[in-house]
Design a binder for this molecule. Structure first.
Ligand code: 1OR
Length: 381
């Protein structure tokens, strides 16, 4: 029913257990907001490994140390030539609309963002058309502007990536063969062809795509794609840095246990870091909810003013690796409680409402199950 708090009693009771489970998360001393510079040396020394490629769905399997990110060398930088892809005003507006909402671009410096806008290429796929084929060499990184793609490993469907999602980074980062086949969702139309938009990059236009113009259909998957060199030069640094920062922490968050290793990495891509001082209000009961939070370090207290009462009551404490804020998002209700930082400093990572379902889709069952446990501590109206 009604309003719920996002701090389960079960969670509060299990603080100790969870704490002992908890990660020796490396202290991160900079917020994403401040830290957007490429720092390749630092990143590539200890970058997160890619998920194990070319096997069935192997939850949580890692290939630690087996494959390293291919460093961007000075020669790469010297040889990099920005190939500007001309775009119509309509394409440019769709591009800005789509990318500005994407957290990959949110804290990027203006110059890098403009460079990406210049080189990124709109490309559409018909339903059931392959975007990436498992085993191929990596050529592009993709961001989905419209539609959904399905993920196949060894011809078995293992997942889907919806609008706003991105894929195709692993082969570009690690120089490994494509780990999965990515196919536009839906049934194949009578004739399948690729729509080319803009002028293709001078080189590297692989895959035998045709330039026929099939009729526009609602099932068309619209992507923006970035060639390998541009991805490595403009986007890879930030991605690796963030993955490195959060991977170990996320692996130890009980809620996220059901996520595959690749899903954890993309979750890391979507996180935004925030810091609070003791007493700061993170969310206020009655307000609209726009984010989901996981505590990285520190403690937060949850207060609720129940109906008919004038004073708010302390209903629980949350600490490292616990989460809050999901209920307003799941039930589309105002915040059911106020959450305040209760330690001297509190570090959280947050995920916006728009990204919450996409990156935490596989955890929705657990979130909903836990939500039922809240009855004990919070008045669910
Ligand atoms: P890529 O360059 O290897 C295929 O090309 C892309 O599919 C890959 O980068 C990822 O961006 C994306 N395991 C590995 N890659 C995945 C997975 C995935 N899902 C999407 N990609 N798994 C599925 C998780 C739902 C794990 C399967 C074992």
């Amino acid at each position: 029913m009604g309003k719920v708090l996002s701090a389960p009693r079960e969670g509060a009771r299990n603080v100790q257990r969870r704490m002992s489970n908890l990660g020796k998360k490396k202290k991160t001393d900079s917020t994403e907001e401040q830290n957007n510079k490429h720092d390749e040396d630092d990143i590539l020394e200890d970058e997160p490994p890619p998920p194990k490629p070319q096997e069935g769905p192997t939850k949580g399997v890692r290939r630690r140390g087996a494959v390293s990110a291919e460093a961007v060398t000075e020669e790469d930088i010297a040889n990099y030539k920005k190939v500007v892809i001309p775009k119509t005003a309509e394409e440019m507006s769709a591009l800005k609309d789509s990318l500005m909402k994407n957290v990959l671009f949110k804290y990027m410096d203006e110059k890098t963002r403009e460079d990406i806008f210049d080189v990124i290429q709109p490309k559409d796929y018909q339903p059931a058309q392959d975007v990436i084929v498992q085993g191929d060499e990596g050529d592009y990184f993709y961001i989905i502007h419209k539609g959904t793609v399905d993920v196949y490993v060894n011809n078995n469907k293992v997942g889907s990536i919806p609008e706003g999602g991105s894929f195709g980074e692993l082969a570009l980062i690690y120089g490994t063969p494509r780990a999965a086949t990515i196919r536009a969702a839906g049934e194949a139309p009578a004739t399948t062809a690729t729509i080319e938009q803009g002028t293709p990059a001078a080189e590297g236009e692989g895959g035998g795509a045709t330039s026929e113009q099939p009729p526009e259909s609602t099932g068309v998957v619209k992507t923006f794609r970035l060639d390998r060199e541009s991805y490595r030069m403009l986007l890879m640094g930030n991605t690796l840095k963030k993955r490195k920062m959060y991977e170990e922490f996320l692996k130890k968050v009980p809620l996220l246990e059901s996520l595959d290793s690749w899903e954890l990495l993309t979750l890391a891509d979507s996180l935004e870091s925030s810091h609070y001082k003791g007493g700061d209000v993170i969310m206020q009961q009655g307000e609209e909810g726009d984010c989901f939070y996981i505590i990285v370090q520190g403690e937060a207290k949850v207060y609720q003013k129940k109906e008919g009462q004038s004073e708010e009551v302390d209903v629980g404490t949350l600490s490292t690796s616990q989460y809050f804020g999901e209920i307003a998002l799941i039930l589309n209700k105002p915040r059911a409680a106020t959450v305040k930082a209760s330690s001297d400093s509190l570090e959280v990572v947050k995920i916006s409402k728009e990204r919450f379902e996409r990156v935490l889709g596989p955890c929705q069952d657990i979130l909903k199950r836990n939500l039922e446990n809240y009855n004990s501590i919070v008045a669910l109206k």
